[in-house]
Design a protein around this ligand. Structure first.
Ligand SMILES: [Zn+2]
Ligand SMILES: [Zn+2]
Length: 155
């Protein structure tokens, strides 16, 4: 597994539901591959003030860790138990923990769930908060409604 240091933004488009990965290192926009919608975005020195996609101001941090890798490591550990007299378990647990620790954090927008990888995350970006997420979930659904029926005026 290569470590991801390139700045990328993954968005779930609110208009067409398409999930798109954008490398934003050298470009000043985020593009939805589904509906071709564009959002202006300057990744250089981005401070997570507002989300470029939905203008939400709240983000949470999350480990950019592929759970499948964790499962695979545990699987190998269990398979090796008969040959290692059980020692494979603590050994692979340690590897799992070590990998997890090394995985960088990414920021996720509470509202549109856009994922921001490879950025310097400030301390102000906290871990996931369920209560906040619930509020944003409602907001997200209404926002989606606006998009799917453009004749209705938001407000
Ligand atoms: Zn789209
Ligand atoms: Zn957002």
């Amino acid at each position: 597994m290569g470590s991801v240091t390139m700045k990328t933004v993954i968005l779930d488009c609110l208009e067409c539901d398409q999930s798109t990965t954008n490398a934003v290192e050298d470009q000043n926009e985020i593009l939805c591959s589904g509906c071709q919608k564009k959002w202006l975005f300057y990744s250089e020195g981005y401070q997570f003030e507002t989300c470029p996609i939905c203008e939400c101001k709240e983000f949470y941090r999350q480990k950019d860790f592929d759970k499948r890798i964790g499962c695979l490591i545990m699987f190998v550990a269990i398979v090796l138990v008969p040959w290692t007299y059980g020692l494979s378990l603590p050994f692979f647990f340690a590897i799992d923990w070590f990998l997890y620790r090394r995985v960088p954090d990414m920021a996720v927008c509470y509202l549109c769930r856009g994922e921001f990888r490879g950025f310097d995350l400030q301390k102000k970006i906290k871990t996931f908060n369920h209560i906040m997420a619930e509020g944003f979930e409602k907001k997200r659904l209404t926002q989606k409604k606006w998009f799917s029926s453009p004749q209705d005026t938001p407000e």
